[in-house]
Design a protein around this ligand. Structure first.
Ligand SMILES: Nc1ncnc2c1ncn2[C@@H]1O[C@H](COP(=O)(O)OP(=O)(O)OP(=O)(O)O)[C@@H](O)[C@H]1O
Length: 656
């Protein structure tokens, strides 16, 4: 299975909009957080944190020279938190703006950077009692999406994937540790989308689901590159949320994704501290942070446009490590990017290096674009059917799970029938036991009586032996009986529990089947509606065709009449063209008709109608002395009839 990191679904369900560059410049934002330290002394090299104007002042007797050689002592960031800052302070700065971006269809990234043990994971993932940015974002995002579904009718679809980059290999964190195999990362040159082969995205149905996945990435034991508490982490964690929002009322589809990336420590892995690792392993471990620093250095230019335009030329640098491949569109691409820098102020070299990285990355300006597109009718329908299919698949998989549970329960009940056999066997043993006990009692009585009768009488050795054996048998039988009884009661309990579970599962199965039937009905209704709509569309198309034919014939007759008109108007003044003379004589005839005895039969009608094709320019009434001047022709006018006014005197001209 392929998972397209950017927007796999976007391409299949959106209506492509005209290709206009609506991207906007968006500088990378940097937040600095310092870890609380006991007994931090002010000495000649001290950092002064100013949380009001968000600066860090580095005071030193010797001027500081950064990589470019210029003295640098004040660092400005978008937000600077001192060691007293709480998790909530950090979340207030990051969570809501990030959620707003996701809901508006922007892709975003939150990245941690700093030396080992400086609080990167604490800030992003949190600790047992102090929730970090990642779980907080997940919770607020889900709540907001659910609220928008209720109030605005925006349906949503969330999926999650999580992987770890360890020694230049990526591993899916959502599959069990023993089954994990390295993933293949691939970024096609034509598209910016990152494809990860064989990764397993989880489709989230509820916040509970999402919380389960968050907990699995918080669990350090679930990581290949994460050692014990005192050991520095050796892998980068990448958690991705993909959110699709569809609003059928507003015809809007938005696709956005959020990366939450927790890097391992930024300082170099060295043989001195990591003596169990080979040189090759150390090289691989250092590769990603070095590549990250290189690309940031290349893109960090003061000119806002040049970072983006030169991006293409840095392609090979992005390919230097899997981390920079993942971060390709976060560094100079279409992603809003926020960086959490963490440091210990007591460690001057690592703090300076972290501050310089923050200063560089803050100069990169990304070009971001919201992925909002429209939905047409067909796409809406497709999405609906797609939704239904997903639901259907879920139901089918649930049914399969239930079926397999049912099968295992059936097996168990078959097993229990063999236990029934054992039970009867036990009962037989019990009976035999009772018999033996009775025998024993009688023998003991016999013994005691014989002893009483003659104390000097020695018991026959054979009888004694038999008795001893019987006693042993009885003791063994009693022991095995007790054991079997215990096992039996345990099995009975287990059987009852399984039986009740089976009943619950069966009733759940029935409910699920009912739900599926309902969904199927809905799909059926939708399909019939669709067919009706199609039928209506065909009728309308036919009607339109007939109308256009009619228009064409009208236009033809209009053309004919225009020709007639030009034939009328071309003769010299006073003369009448043959067609107009015909017309007039015809009309005259009409008027005569109205005066004739036959017309007297119809004289109840005040007006006589002579039906014929004629243009308005050739209309003449018998009452007029002269023919009317030609009026301009109006397209679409119904001129199939001429009104003839009865009892009007004949025009002498027309008569001649
Ligand atoms: N601001 C803070 N307040 C209280 N404790 C903190 C703070 N930041 C970090 N810690 C604690 O410091 C320890 C190290 O922090 P954390 O594991 O987050 O470091 P890290 O930078 O992620 O290390 P690594 O690079 O090895 O992953 C943890 O026990 C954590 O709970």
């Amino acid at each position: 299975m392929h998972w397209n990191i950017m927007s796999k679904e976007q391409s299949s369900s959106s209506v492509s909009l005209p290709a206009i560059d609506s991207s906007e410049p968006c500088p990378i934002e940097v937040l600095l957080r310092t870890i609380p330290e006991k007994g931090l002394q002010n000495n000649e090299s001290t950092f002064k944190i100013n949380s009001v104007d968000n600066t860090v002042l580095f005071r030193t007797s010797k001027p500081l020279h950064n990589a470019t050689g210029s003295p640098h002592s004040t660092f400005q960031f978008d937000k600077v938190f001192d060691a007293n800052a709480t998790q909530k302070d950090v979340q207030d700065f990051l969570v809501n703006p990030t959620i707003k971006d996701i809901l508006s269809g922007y892709n975003s990234t939150i990245l941690t950077y700093g030396p080992s043990f400086s609080g990167k994971s604490y800030s992003l993932l949190g600790s047992q009692y102090n929730e970090g940015v990642l779980p907080n974002i997940c919770q607020v995002l889900f709540e907001t999406l659910e609220e928008n579904e209720e109030t605005k009718g925006t349906n949503f679809c969330v999926s999650v994937l999580a992987f770890e980059i360890y020694m230049e290999k990526s591993y899916d964190l959502l599959v069990p540790l023993p089954e994990r195999k390295p993933l293949k990362l691939h970024r096609s040159s034509s598209k910016m989308d990152l494809e990860i082969k064989d990764i397993c995205p989880a489709h989230i149905k509820s916040y509970e689901d999402l919380r389960g996945y968050v907990q699995s990435v918080q669990n350090t034991e679930n990581r290949v590159g994460r050692g014990g508490k005192a050991e520095r982490s050796k892998s980068h964690l990448v958690f991705q949320l993909h959110v699709e929002q569809r609003n059928r009322r507003e015809d809007i589809l938005k696709n956005s994704s959020l990366y939450l990336i927790d890097l391992h420590g930024a300082e170099k892995f060295e043989k001195r501290t990591e003596n169990t690792l080979s040189q090759d392993a150390l090289k691989k471990l250092n590769q990603s942070i070095e590549a990250l620093k290189n690309i940031v250095q290349l893109l960090a230019v003061k000119n806002p446009d040049s970072a983006y335009s030169t991006k293409a030329s840095h392609s090979s640098t992005y390919r230097e490590s899997q981390l920079t491949e993942v971060l390709r569109d976060s560094l100079g691409g279409n992603r809003k990017m926020k960086v959490i820098l963490t440091c210990f102020l007591s460690n001057v070299p690592t703090t300076i290096s972290t501050l310089e990285f923050g200063d560089n990355i803050r100069q990169i300006i990304n070009k971001v674009m919201s992925s909002t597109t429209g939905l047409n009718m067909k796409k809406k329908m497709d999405l609906f059917v797609q939704d239904m299919k997903i639901k259907d698949d879920n139901y089918v998989s649930q049914i399969n799970i239930l079926k397999s549970e049912l099968d295992s329960l059936k097996d168990l009940s078959n097993e229990s029938s063999s236990r029934e056999d054992m039970k009867t066997e036990l009962e037989n043993y019990e009976k035999e036991n009772v018999k033996l006990k009775l025998q024993l009692d009688s023998i003991t009585q016999l013994l005691s009586s014989s002893t009483n009768e003659n104390p000097n009488n020695n018991i026959d050795d054979e009888v004694a032996e038999i008795l001893m054996k019987r006693c042993e048998q009885i003791a063994q039988l009693e022991l095995s009986f007790d054991r079997q009884m215990n096992a039996n009661s345990k099995l009975r309990k287990e059987f009852e529990y399984k039986k009740s579970k089976e009943e619950a599962l069966e009733s759940m199965n029935v409910r699920l089947l009912e739900q599926i039937q309902l969904q199927e009905k809905e799909i059926q209704e939708l399909l019939t509606n669709n067919a009706i709509l199609k039928g209506e569309l065909d009728t309308h198309t036919k009607l339109a065709e007939t109308r256009s034919e009619k228009i064409k014939s009208l236009e033809d007759s209009v053309k004919e009449l225009t020709n007639n008109k030009s034939a009328i108007s071309s003769p010299r003044k006073g003369s009448v063209s043959s067609s107009s003379a015909n017309t007039m004589s015809h009309i005259e005839g009409g008027s005569e008709l109205s005066n004739s005895p036959r017309s007297a039969n119809t004289s109840s009608k005040p007006v006589g109608w002579a039906v014929r094709k004629v243009s308005s320019s050739s209309i003449a009434t018998t009452g007029s002395q002269e023919s009317f001047a030609a009026r301009p022709f109006k397209k679409g006018l119904n001129l199939h009839s001429i009104k003839v006014t009865p009892n009007t005197p004949k025009s002498p001209d027309l008569g001649s």
